[in-house]
Design a protein around this ligand. Structure first.
Ligand code: 3PG
Length: 211
């Protein structure tokens, strides 16, 4: 299979907020609040009915935010995410059908892995950036260190169990390119429209990822 897969869009942040939205109207103020705190990438998960509308709103109205679609589980998800305007996709795992669909769509993609065999399958398909999910259950930093030796050309985005407390350690690990996590967009803050809190959380994460 080809190793020249489309590259992810460029973004500065090494922290990727993983977002579950209950209301598409939250998407634009959320994206603006994250940007105000220095985070220019977002993963909107396809876990709620409004997710595609939310992706479309961010793609249309917040062009400086690189919007990705998360929880891509099958070929239909890939098509719908791309049609909505997602600039890239992510998945908690990968399957031959999913990898075929993203390749056919030409959508930049971050496949999920949790085992060496899954890393090998994604690597064979040309991927060099993978989401380690669920990261802390998979062994966290110890797992990343163990994977570094046989897979020296693979970088990871640990997601699942990442927080302000362990973010710095993950980002210092040489084979970690990015981290993902849901703590940056708490459901209560979204519900209350507390965008200032989200900007504060984003600033905290950016300060830790710089240090
Ligand atoms: C997810 O897909 O829900 C992410 O892994 C988020 O995990 P977290 O809630 O532990 O950050």
């Amino acid at each position: 299979m080809s190793t020249s897969l489309p590259a992810l869009p460029a973004f500065r942040s090494r922290v990727v907020p993983v977002v579950v939205l209950q209301d598409a109207a939250h998407a634009v103020p959320l994206a603006q609040a994250l940007l105000a705190g220095g985070i220019d990438v977002i993963e909107i998960t396809l876990r709620t009915p409004c997710a595609l509308e939310a992706i479309a709103a961010v793609a249309r109205e917040v062009p400086d935010m690189q919007v990705g679609a998360g929880t891509l589980l099958g070929a239909d998800d890939v098509r719908r995410a791309q049609d909505a305007g997602a600039r890239f996709g992510l998945s908690p795992g990968h399957s031959p059908a999913l990898l075929r669909a993203v390749a056919e769509a030409g959508l930049p993609f971050v496949p999920g892995v949790m085992t060496p065999g899954e890393v090998m399958a994604a690597r064979e398909a040309g991927y060099r950036l993978m989401k380690l999910f669920p990261a802390t259950v998979a062994g966290g930093l110890d797992m990343l260190k163990a994977l570094a030796s046989p897979f020296g050309d693979v970088r990871f985005c640990p997601t699942g169990g990442v927080s302000l407390d362990n973010l710095g350690g993950f980002l210092k690990q040489p084979n970690v390119a990015l981290v993902g996590g849901s703590w940056l967009a708490p459901a209560a803050a979204l519900q209350a429209g507390d965008w200032a809190q989200i900007t504060t959380l984003a600033r905290q994460a950016m300060a830790l990822s710089a240090g």
